[in-house]
Design a protein around this ligand. Structure first.
Ligand SMILES: [Zn+2]
Length: 385
């Protein structure tokens, strides 16, 4: 027999789980703080990752969950927080298949996002966007290793000792070009990883994309952050997509390992014809080219190919990066700025929104990201031809 008053519990003690304070207002109403993440100077708080499990919910009884503690700071400018009415959470009853929660309201004054869940089962999971954890990556690795075109190299270890990889997908025939992809520099941006998975699968399955082209991939740049359910910064508080003008293998071994892999590749007399890193934002979607105008033609070709071949639906025109995200301050170059500064590489940064995409006509789900990754590699291939 079920107890008369089964208590609801809220858990985050699993890979990627995250919440700050948990306050019980009543048996069916909780206030849940976004944990948030700050940098090495306790600045630039970003609070847009939460992932938790509810147990003991009563079927058909509405549960109110208020997401609070949202305000933050971005590039030293304060904001009301990245969690807003455009970014409803996803819900899952098996921790595998996700859909967006449709019953929510946003209160801009507090600010808070109020979720109203009428559960279809006693146990369910809620997250900011569909999680992609170290376990997901490991499944992809096992699958990729079955292909003879796939090669994996360990390039270092994260602060907490997790392996960092570069994957190579070998060309069929002699390689004329090398394209280098990078995914998941920021731990909350799981959409980047789903797209990375789509890209890898497409390259392994579609031989024509490998003809004459070698693909190198950094699949997972902050494994510690993903495991810890973190938002943006590594264990020591460093933003792995700033600090590309700093060499510090102790505080930021992730960047050091990646830069050394690129340096080694170039010092062996190889080139990189296009470098691409994929990120997520709330509502903005854009492609940013390298600072140098010598890559403008390639940038225009790439931008056009993304629009014609993928679900990329930019919120602004093609832009070119400045030399740094914060002029005159050390530790503020992103990967594209850093690679241009060091080697004049044609390095691109793309942001993909998690809010409604007019081209998809819906809020993006993992299957949309995977499809985008498949389309992405075809678009890049076309841009460098
Ligand atoms: Zn990012």
């Amino acid at each position: 027999m079920l107890p008369l008053f089964a208590l609801i519990t809220i858990q985050t003690s699993f890979d990627g789980g995250s919440l700050g304070r948990i306050e019980k207002v009543s048996e069916v109403h909780f206030r849940l703080g976004a944990k948030g993440d700050v940098d090495q100077d306790k600045r630039n708080r970003q609070a847009n990752w939460y992932y938790f499990r509810v147990d003991g919910a009563k079927l058909g009884t509405k549960l109110t969950l208020d997401m609070v503690d949202l305000p933050g700071e971005y590039n030293y400018k304060p904001n009301r927080g990245a969690i807003q009415k455009e970014t409803p959470p996803v819900i899952s009853y098996d921790n595998e298949r996700w859909k967006h929660l449709e019953t929510f309201t946003y209160d801009a004054d507090e600010p808070k996002l109020r979720l109203e869940v009428t559960p279809a089962a006693a146990r369910f999971w809620i997250a900011h966007v569909a999680p992609y954890t170290n376990a997901h990556l490991d499944r992809l690795r096992q699958r990729a290793r079955r292909s003879r075109a796939f090669r994996e190299e360990k390039i270092g270890k994260s602060v907490q000792g997790r392996d960092l990889f570069v994957w190579t997908i070998e060309p069929s025939g002699p390689a004329r070009k090398t394209i280098w992809l990078m995914f998941r520099q920021h731990s909350w941006e799981s959409g980047s990883s789903y797209a990375g998975e789509g890209a890898v699968l497409e390259l392994l399955e579609n031989e024509s994309l490998r003809r004459g082209v070698r693909w190198k991939i950094f699949p997972f740049c902050d494994p510690d952050g993903v495991a810890r359910g973190n938002v943006r910064f590594n264990v020591h508080g460093y933003d792995l997509n700033r600090n590309w003008d700093v060499e510090d293998p102790v505080k930021m071994p992730e960047i050091a390992a990646q830069r050394n892999a690129i340096r080694k590749w170039l010092e062996q007399g190889n080139k990189i014809d296009l470098f691409y890193s994929l990120h997520n934002t709330e509502t903005g979607e854009y492609l940013e080219g390298p600072p140098g105008k010598e890559h403008a033609t390639l940038a225009e070709r790439f931008f056009a190919a993304l629009i014609s071949k993928t679900s990329f639906h930019p919120s602004r025109r093609l832009t070119f990066s400045t030399a740094s995200t914060t002029e005159g301050m050390r530790g503020r170059m992103n990967v594209a700025q850093g690679l241009y500064n060091d080697w004049k590489l044609p390095a691109f940064l793309m942001e993909q929104r998690i809010s409604f995409n007019e081209k998809l006509k819906r809020l993006p789900l993992p299957e949309d990201r995977i499809r985008f990754g498949r389309e992405l590699v075809a678009a890049i291939r076309k841009a460098v031809e």
